[in-house]
Design a protein around this ligand. Structure first.
Ligand SMILES: Cc1cc2nc3c(=O)[nH]c(=O)nc-3n(C[C@H](O)[C@H](O)[C@H](O)COP(=O)(O)O)c2cc1C
Length: 360
């Protein structure tokens, strides 16, 4: 199956990229991640100064990561003289992540542009005002002479407007999304946040943010015909397909590799063909943008149907029903006058015995 994807003439052998972060923090780490079969490389964010990163800076549960990392802990000299020359023979497209202000970008782009195929610019620490972000996009695009992607953070009030403004200013496309926050994670064992950052705050990412990231990618692509690299909460090959369907041309992942191990990249690449086939696609390009149609709200109430063969009478549906419409005796009884057709019982049934409410 053809797993390749293309963004503005840049060919990726498959759509999975590492998202900017510690796993791509120097040339040795990037070479290792490349060996796991990803389709392209994205560096850790480089700025004009080395970041002074508070420690500890990463904590994870199985559903999310909270991190207090900033940009690269190495200054630009190290990147220019060592890390970027060290990945020139990687054999895959290289996206150089940089940040943050117009002045910093003016300094960085001319010095870094020959090392990569495109730039990604983080807007994580520059506030919510779109005009300085547009200035950065304009400056970088002029100086780079190659595609510039602006990375949107989920705290941006209007990601569609963000995408509109930056592409009008000259950016080629958008990376959506960065981590969400600030977030205050409390370790249940100690009752305190384990991070060393100011206020002990971090940024949340990983599987819990996937629905948010999918909607941001989808809304941008419903409004604009621009290339989008989808990022946020990817854990499986099926997740990659979901991002392609809402219009992403390539898909980044970081947190699931931090939670489950770096081999998650290989597992996803190995599972991509099967995941595409399961959803009826014959290639990666075939899946891109298949779910961009705007669907209108519906108001019909459908009551749940219960398959007695599958039902174990566990009563979870009765316990969770917010409308008090279910009573479980020697069978599941649904009061059609009380049932609101909300769908919760069907989504929580552990044996899939309930059907007929949720959209397929
Ligand atoms: C530990 C850590 C460090 C990160 N560092 C950067 C960074 O340097 N630049 C950047 O643009 N995003 C950074 N991110 C955000 C990720 O690139 C990504 O956008 C976000 O985590 C959502 O994807 P995920 O759920 O697959 O991790 C970092 C995330 C984590 C967890």
């Amino acid at each position: 199956m053809d797993l390749s994807t293309e963004i503005l003439g840049i060919e990726f052998k498959n759509p999975l990229l590492p998202a900017a972060g510690p796993l791509t923090g120097d040339d040795k780490k990037m070479k290792y991640i490349a060996s796991l079969g990803v389709g392209g490389m994205v560096t850790k964010t480089i700025s004009t100064e080395a970041a002074k990163v508070p420690r500890p800076c990463i904590v994870a549960t199985k559903d999310y990561v909270v991190n207090a990392e900033l940009w690269s802990e190495y200054g630009p000299d190290k990147w220019i003289n060592e890390f970027l020359p060290g990945i020139q023979d990687l054999g895959m497209p290289k996206i150089i992540s940089i940040g943050y202000t117009k002045e910093q970008v003016e300094w960085l782009v001319p010095r870094l542009k020959d090392f990569g195929d495109a730039f990604e610019i983080s807007t994580h620490y520059v506030g919510k005002d779109l005009s300085p972000i547009a200035e950065v996009a304009k400056t970088a695009s002029k100086l780079a002479g190659k595609p510039v992607f602006m990375k949107v953070s989920p705290h941006m009030p209007d990601p569609v407007e963000f995408a509109k403004v930056v592409t009008e200013a000259g950016a080629a496309g958008v990376v959506a999304v960065n981590s969400l926050g600030p977030a205050y994670y409390v370790d249940p064992k100690t009752g305190n946040s384990p991070l060393g950052s100011e206020n002990r705050y971090g940024w949340i990412s990983g599987p819990v943010i996937k629905p948010l990231a999918l909607s941001i990618v989808q809304r941008i692509r419903q409004a604009l015909d621009i290339p989008v690299i989808g990022v946020g909460g990817v854990k499986t090959a099926e997740d990659v397909v979901e991002f392609l369907e809402v219009g992403a041309s390539a898909v980044g992942m970081l947190s699931s590799a931090l939670i489950f191990g770096k081999a998650q990249y290989k597992r996803i690449v190995d599972g991509l063909e099967e995941a595409l086939r399961k959803r009826g696609y014959s290639s990666v390009k075939d899946a891109i943008g298949k779910k961009l149609e705007v669907k209108h709200a519906e108001f019909t109430v459908n009551n749940p149907k219960v398959d007695p063969e599958k039902c174990t009478l566990c009563k979870l549906c009765e316990y969770v029903c917010p409308y008090f419409a279910i009573k479980v005796t020697d069978r599941v009884e649904v009061d059609p006058n009380a049932c609101f057709g909300c769908g919760l019982c069907e989504s929580r049934c552990p044996t899939s015995a309930i059907s007929g409410v949720l959209k397929k």
